[in-house]
Design a protein around this ligand. Structure first.
Ligand SMILES: Cc1cc2nc3c(=O)[nH]c(=O)nc-3n(C[C@H](O)[C@H](O)[C@H](O)COP(=O)(O)OP(=O)(O)OC[C@H]3O[C@@H](n4cnc5c(N)ncnc54)[C@H](O)[C@@H]3O)c2cc1C
Length: 536
């Protein structure tokens, strides 16, 4: 196997990974250079599909303040948000936005050349910056990619997966093993800093707004290496994903459309949110999601509708070009037709337990963005707080690494040698068809039994079914191809979500147990590592 050495390796090229890479390259001494490893093409990520925007508390936005933003974030987090983390991230928001603008990100401005702020559910004021109308993620990601491509001396491995972390017997991570699935090539990489920026887990569910890269790889890798993971029961289901066509990956109908006055209706055009919450369409995501889910069950239908016909076509197209374009592909004109919508897995609040600077429970291993759990989101994420968290954690990680020695890295260790040797073994052969079946079975289990409404019976059945899939899968290290590695990781994540969901015998934020419909008086986060009993 090829063996190489870098000062830092960033795994993942969404907003968190790219922003960290740019800053590392510009600001930190990296004697052995920087490598970015990414599973698909550089631009492919959850980040690319983000629509609504990025929270920013700017001094010139007189109606807003960090106090207000922190209050909204904590309220959404349903008792589990870490207030200090929320404060830190809010206070850093203006600074990271300025840096992003310097890198080339162009947020939308009004006719006076002032930044435009919009509002989404559960925000008390307009504080969300957007770009390209409803293409915020694409505009930021694209600007970061363009900037990075103009830089010299950054190695990029596309179509390459991180498949194993190299942690030594002293709990220090020394590097990783990568697998290029195009060339079928493995590489052992020594690096004193490995940064997991691999995003979320949406693909574990039958219906999701997330692209196919979101199989929880980095979280599974870190957990298997012994890192502490946190809040794994909290999966955010977005209420309004487009519900026609291929229902696997569903494009998002951003909350901002409801922010512009669109109403949720049944097929006859009757509104129903007043039955569920006085904040109506702009109630928090988990409330709207459960309301829609309930309506769908009551009426035995596959979706409800969004009535945005009060917005004229020109205005809709200008404000929401991505959504407009996607709807038109299905012959839906949002100014004339109701848009069919249903809930879909969207965002993962849990992940690798980190501080705001990305440090994990393993030295030399860092995590940022959606793969990390800083405690900002608690039990439920406030809309548009995640891109902000990606940027601030990347920013702080670089401040941390500035003071680390990124030169020496001694990989000689019995534990690491054992891991590397296991990758020299003969390949495990599994029929591709089996993996594809397992993939669909797992997504069904997670959607039906570990989804929007949970209970003990279903969770225990899911646990059993995942155990069976795991023994059918049978691989514990080297796999044959990309989808097998993804399957291996998804099984790890599924087990963790189920275990955490069973442990939380209450309903809080995005985690709803019909057998325990109330909140407990005591709010605490749960965490787990391979070597410990689950901690409350
Ligand atoms: C449709 C949609 C709309 C959204 N809208 C908003 C919004 O308006 N505002 C907001 O704040 N948030 C929004 N979000 C959430 C937000 O986009 C994500 O939380 C955020 O972009 C995550 O960024 P990231 O850098 O952590 O991960 P990602 O952007 O998901 O990037 C992960 C990267 O890791 C790579 N990767 C994964 N596994 C491996 C592996 N094993 N080896 C190597 N590379 C790997 C992937 O290929 C990818 O490059 C939205 C999400 C979606 C899906």
């Amino acid at each position: 196997m090829k063996q190489t050495k870098y000062s830092a390796v960033v795994v993942g090229s969404g907003i968190a990974g790219l922003y960290a890479a740019i800053k590392l390259h510009k600001e930190v001494n990296l004697p052995n250079g920087l490598l970015i490893v990414t599973k698909s093409q550089l631009i492919e990520s959850n980040s690319k599909y983000a629509q609504g925007g990025m929270v920013c508390v700017m001094p010139e936005n007189k109606l807003d303040s960090c106090e207000l933003h922190i209050e909204d974030t904590i309220k959404a987090g349903a008792g589990l948000t870490d207030a200090k983390v929320a404060e830190f991230i809010s206070q850093k928001s203006a600074e990271v936005v300025k840096e992003l603008q310097n890198i080339g990100v162009e947020f939308d401005k009004d006719e006076n050349n002032e930044l435009r702020f919009t509002k989404e559910a559960a925000h008390s004021v307009n504080r969300i910056l957007h770009a390209g109308g409803d293409a915020t993620g694409f505009c930021i990601e694209n600007a970061l990619v363009e900037y990075l491509m103009s830089q010299k001396n950054v190695r990029i491995y596309e179509e390459t997966l991180a498949v194993e972390l190299l942690k030594d017997s002293k709990n220090t991570n020394r590097g990783l093993i990568t697998y290029n699935y195009r060339e079928n090539e493995y590489e052992v990489i020594e690096a004193p800093a490995v940064i997991i920026a691999t995003g979320g887990i949406g693909q574990l569910y039958k219906h999701t707004t997330n692209p196919d890269i979101t199989t929880g790889d980095g979280i599974a890798l870190a957990y298997r290496a012994g890192a502490v993971v946190k809040d794994m029961e909290f999966v955010q289901f977005h209420p309004t994903a487009f519900a026609l066509g291929d229902n696997g990956v569903m494009f998002l109908i951003s909350e901002a459309v409801r922010g512009e006055g669109a109403k949720l209706v049944d097929k006859k055009g009757n509104t129903f949110m007043k039955k569920y919450d006085k904040r109506l369409e702009l109630a928090p995501r988990d409330v709207v999601t459960r309301a829609i889910f309930h309506e769908m069950q009551e009426t035995n239908t596959k979706n409800v509708y969004l009535n945005a016909t009060h917005i004229n076509e020109l205005k809709f197209e200008k404000r929401f070009p991505t959504i407009y374009g996607n709807c038109r592909k299905y012959n839906i004109n949002p100014s004339e037709n109701y848009i069919p919508v249903s809930p879909s897995a969207h965002y993962f609040m849990g992940g690798i337990k980190t501080k705001v600077d990305g440090t994990t429970s393993i030295k030399g291993l860092y995590a940022i963005g959606e793969a990390a759990c800083t405690g900002l989101h608690g039990a439920n994420r406030l809309a548009s707080n995640s891109i902000l968290e990606c940027a601030v954690t990347a920013y702080e990680l670089v401040n941390h690494l500035r003071n680390e020695n990124l030169n020496d890295n001694y990989i000689q260790d019995e534990q690491i040698t054992k891991i590397i040797n296991s990758y020299k073994d003969e390949l495990f052969i599994n029929e591709q068809e089996d993996i594809s079946n397992m993939f669909h079975t797992l997504k069904d289990i997670m959607w039906n039994k570990v989804g929007i409404i949970r209970n003990e019976k279903n969770l225990l059945e899911a646990k059993q079914a995942v155990e069976e899939l795991k023994s059918q899968f049978g691989v514990t290290y080297k796999c044959t191809d990309r989808s097998s590695y993804e399957m291996r990781n998804m099984l790890t994540i599924a087990e963790l979500i189920i275990e955490f969901a069973l442990k939380r015998k209450e309903s809080r934020g995005a985690h709803f147990r019909e057998d325990f419909p109330k909140k407990d008086l005591i709010a605490e986060s749960h965490q787990l590592s391979r070597n410990t009993i689950m901690k409350g």
